[in-house]
Design a protein around this ligand. Sequence first.
Ligand code: HEC
Ligand code: HEC
Length: 443
Amino acid sequence: MGTWLGLAWALLCLPGLGDGHGRLGGPAATIPRADAQAFSFPSPTLTATQRRAFSVGNALFKTNWVSAPASAAGRDGLGPLFNARSCSACHLRDGRGRPAERGEAAETGDLVRVALGGAPHPLYGGQLQDRAILGAQPEPAPLLEWEELPGLYPDGVRYSLRRPRWRGAGSHQEGLAYTALVAPHMIGLGLLEAVPSATLHALADPEDHDGDGISGRVHLVRDRRTGELAPGRFGWKASQPTVEQQVAAAFVHDIGITSSLFPEEPLSMEQLEQNPSAASEAPELDDLKLSRVTFYSQVLAVPAQRAAGEPEIRSGEEHFSVLGCAACHRPALRTGPEAVLSGYQSVEIHPYTDLLLHDLGAGLADGRPEGDASGSEWRTPPLWGVGLFDAVNGHSFYLHDGRARSLEEAVLWHGGEAARSRDAFMALSAGQRHDLLAFLASL
Ligand code: HEC
Ligand code: HEC
């Protein structure tokens, strides 16, 4: 492993080669790291002033918020209901959260959303906050169990997938749909934000006019800053249009901290009556702090691909394109002239996403629409960094709820628009499958 990586870095540093796909985040945002801190570095081109803003954002990202009023002025406002006290509790080392193994989904880096007949729950809303400050009533978390689903490749090799099974708790009634969502890794978000909306509209093919079986569509959502509809880019169902709005949504839904973008606590009438002090105060987070956490979240660098030139990685990359994976996980996108850093403007990046919604079939569906996204639609997640979850977070769980225990299981879960691609993967020889998975692990 050590020499393998050493070789990769040596290749990367050779003049000429560094401009290729190895530099996943483009020239201004790629760093040669593959260790536990690999997701936590700022883009190397920050000015001194920007570095200070990044550090303040980093500190706020790690802050344990406390309930108001507190002597710790400036970091209170927690709750009344919340999932975790800090951003980093879920986005540990800016990496991927892990699902609950058994029992309640707790603060391990995931959260549980809920729907009743396709709409938010009348009492609990769309997300279950299973923790509360003193005197408030937390929302009851359902129990999660995993069920094994054995399967067979055409060549006779066995595999087993696991799917979540929920058991309602507390006053949960029949007909509720639950989803666990794990925290995505935080890298390269300012680059994804800088891909022009026109590019996303051009990639979309909602009626599948080109007949390739793949019909991605833009998730149009309300941008709270402008009041306009804009393409959603962030979250597993692309529900947030900008990093700022995603960050403000996380503050209010996950930690219970209001801001100018989300001035109200996500409480039902009944819960507001029980917590009168939560109603209509001034925003708990001021705009300066919001902007610092936003900046931090925008400029985290992307680790370079490892061993991009190795024969097995190249062969895997070839399969990735032939199998049709690249139709959704786009290997190259160009950012536009508007970006948070000048180095992020008009550059080619290699995120392996189209930021579009795709129907991935019944196997992954959660029966819980979000905005215009149906229960079976998910945003293509960027694949940069997927080979580093083990190094950064000590696990290799994939997909929106962390059900896949390896990259292989993640691929096998693909259905719907990606069913053809999955079948083609299954039909490969064991050696070819190995190469494809090695390519994914190099990202
Ligand atoms: C309880 C766990 C939890 C906490 C706490 C949390 N997050 Fe998240 N974060 C998530 C999950 C789960 C998602 C995916 C949400 C979705 O799909 O709608 C997410 C998504 C995001 C994204 C979008 C990433 C992407 O690739 O789409 C950003 C940015 C983000 N969170 C930042 C923050 C910040 C900043 C904080 C602190 C204010 C925070 N999060 C607190 C779990 C958490
Ligand atoms: C139709 C679009 C589409 C195609 C084709 C497709 N994917 Fe995906 N991929 C997705 C979506 C959407 C998800 C997220 C699904 C979820 O989390 O439930 C995903 C998730 C993944 C993940 C897990 C990522 C993570 O962060 O957890 C991997 C790995 C992956 N795909 C690899 C592949 C490979 C390899 C192929 C080709 C064999 C492929 N995909 C084909 C859309 C696609």
